[in-house]
Ligand binder design. Structure first.
Ligand code: ZN
Length: 285
């Protein structure tokens, strides 16, 4: 199933994208796609039954309706840095011996096609197409063998980054990763059963129609099962948490000279089976 959320900011409702691409209002199921929903794998089965019985009669979502973040208020938004060897190289950094883990403020989360706001005083706003996953049942000290039992689904994420805030202002990367609108999530969460091999998905990103990133999740240094197991040794991954697995090469700072965003730029991105999104850059008011 493909889980989405739609409606105005702050009052999104749950919806589903059907096989034929139709989007329907799933409010009738009675749950939002949040921690409570993802905590019980049985909810996915019950939702499937609900959809089989009710999809044809549920209200359709108009194509012009705004999509919200595909997951409702995750407790954590965790990112993995430099997880593609060729991206580490373009960033001028060593290939990490262990996953580089950082947080992104959950207040950065927006809908997949919302505007991206270039922060005040930013000179180096940059893009990063990423494969993210949503945690299902709680993961604490899980083995790699059992790790994927804790993944509820996959989704598209643009890990927007302000490189000066991230790399030149001291301290943690979190400062350059957390600005409002820096985490468009969606268009939908594809449940894990929909994705045959999450580590063989084409990933792309264009700016103003020009391809910048064209990668494949087969190039991840640390794979998904390893990441779940690894992270679960340092913290509990809670249902509904989102983990973003890193970006392939082609980010703005990797070009010579670097290419950073300006108001009016249109960023489009997508991952095989996970849909696409588009953000137009605007200046901070
Ligand atoms: Zn990233």
């Amino acid at each position: 199933m493909k889980l989405l959320r739609f409606g105005d900011v702050g009052s999104e409702k749950p919806g589903l994208q059907l096989e034929d691409g139709t989007r329907i209002d799933a409010s009738g199921f009675g749950m939002d796609w949040d921690e409570t929903f993802f905590a019980d794998p049985g909810n996915l089965d019950r939702l499937r039954e609900w959809a089989d019985a009710n999809a044809s009669g549920a209200p359709a979502i108009d194509a012009s309706t705004r999509l919200g973040p595909a997951v409702s208020r995750p407790g954590k938004l965790i990112c993995i840095g430099l997880n593609f060897s060729d991206h580490a190289e373009e960033a001028g950094m060593d290939i990490p011996a262990e996953p580089i883990v950082f947080f992104k403020a959950t207040s950065a989360i927006v809908g997949p096609n919302d505007q991206v706001v270039i922060p005040r005083d930013s000179q180096k706003t940059d893009w990063e197409v990423e494969l993210a996953f949503v945690v299902g049942k709680k993961a604490s000290y899980v083995s790699e063998e059992n790790a994927l039992d804790h993944v509820a689904g996959y989704l598209l994420h643009n890990d927007y980054s302000e490189r000066e805030f991230q790399l030149e202002r001291g301290g943690q990367w979190v400062k350059g990763k957390s600005c409002d609108t820096f985490a468009p999530l969606g268009p939908f969460v594809a449940t894990a059963d929909e994705v045959d091999d999450p580590e063989n998905l084409g990933m792309w990103l264009k700016v103003n129609g020009e391809t910048k990133q064209n990668g494949n999740s087969s190039k991840l240094i640390f794979g998904i099962a390893h990441l779940v197991s690894y992270l679960s040794r340092f913290m509990s991954l809670m249902p509904g948490d989102v983990v973003s697995t890193g970006t392939p090469p082609g980010v703005g700072m990797g070009f010579n000279p670097p290419q950073f965003m300006k108001p009016g730029d249109v960023v489009e991105l997508g991952i095989d089976g996970l849909g696409s999104s588009s953000q137009t850059a605007v200046a901070c008011e």
